[in-house]
Design a protein around this ligand. Structure first.
Ligand code: BTN
Length: 270
């Protein structure tokens, strides 16, 4: 896949930025695309090649067909940060039984990176892995395992950074926020990316080793605890009071007659 040539200084990420990423994070190779359909699609394509480093970072200036969880699409204007990490899970000491924790842990790592960058107390994790700032969504995460390639995971992350919602339609302004809106000025995209990668590296290493700390950190950032929520999956719909996140990552919902534990699905109302 060949991108049209754009001089380094005119791109969202210069050559120096790309060197900073490989020089100061756990990323072994970075592939930058000025525009691409979806960084997750490209990471899945790399996963099909016989030899590749780990982690590989696929980074995009913009995406034409960004994908979200389920059948959602992910639309982000210029100024957003969109990237995917392809990781070899044996190298990262993440055997398949630990994979269910990767989703919440990735969301937690993004929360913590944002907390380091902004003096902003209201940074929450909306189960399973959306990141909310001031009760509005700022980051979406899509984790996929490449079919037929055991031992690989693609972690796709989209963060609203400098794509301000100030001039967006009212509906979007009430549900989404960019970091620059909370910070009152733009942030350096490479600085945000390096922070997120740093937190992600250390939090993924905690899985299976510092689980008590991970669990209490998910719980303390949980946006839904104490709220009335609706959970939907292809097989069931549950309405009740959210009692928090269980040790195994399930969302716990108290209905009129019992306690339900929810795994794969989405919170559609809260
Ligand atoms: C969601 O909130 O539903 C998840 C959105 C995930 C979007 C990111 S942007 C980078 C990566 N590439 C994609 O096509 N999707 C993820």
């Amino acid at each position: 896949m060949e991108d049209a040539f754009v001089p380094s200084q005119q791109r969202q990420f210069s050559d120096a930025d790309l060197d900073q990423i490989t020089g100061s994070t756990f990323v072994k190779r970075v592939e930058f695309h000025q525009a691409i359909d979806s960084t997750n699609n490209r990471a899945l394509e790399i996963a099909r090649t016989a030899k590749h480093e780990s982690p590989v970072l696929v980074l995009a200036g913009s995406q034409t067909h960004g994908r979200g969880r389920g059948s959602n699409s992910w639309w982000a204007q210029s100024g957003a940060l969109t990237f995917s990490l392809l990781i070899k899970t044996d190298q990262a000491q993440l055997p398949p039984p630990l994979w269910p924790q990767v989703s919440l842990t990735t969301g937690l790592a993004v929360c913590e990176a944002i907390a380091e960058l902004l003096s902003e107390p209201a940074i929450h994790l909306k189960w399973p892995n959306d990141v909310y700032v001031r009760q509005r969504k700022t980051c979406g995460i899509l984790i996929e395992s490449p079919p037929g390639h055991k031992g690989l995971l693609v972690i796709g992350i989209g963060i609203n950074v400098n794509n301000s919602m100030r001039h967006a339609p009212a509906e979007l302004r009430s549900s989404a926020i960019a970091l620059c809106d909370a910070n009152d000025k733009d942030l350096s995209l490479v600085e945000v990316l390096v922070r997120v990668l740093g937190r992600l590296n250390s939090r993924l290493a905690d899985i299976g080793h510092r689980d008590a700390d991970l669990r209490s950190s998910w719980r303390s950032r949980c946006l839904l605890t104490g709220r009335n929520v609706q959970f939907d999956s292809p097989t069931r719909s549950i309405i009740g009071l959210c009692r928090g996140i269980d040790d195994d990552g399930a969302l716990v919902i108290e209905t009129a007659d019992k306690i339900e534990r929810c795994y794969a699905g989405t919170i559609t109302k809260f």
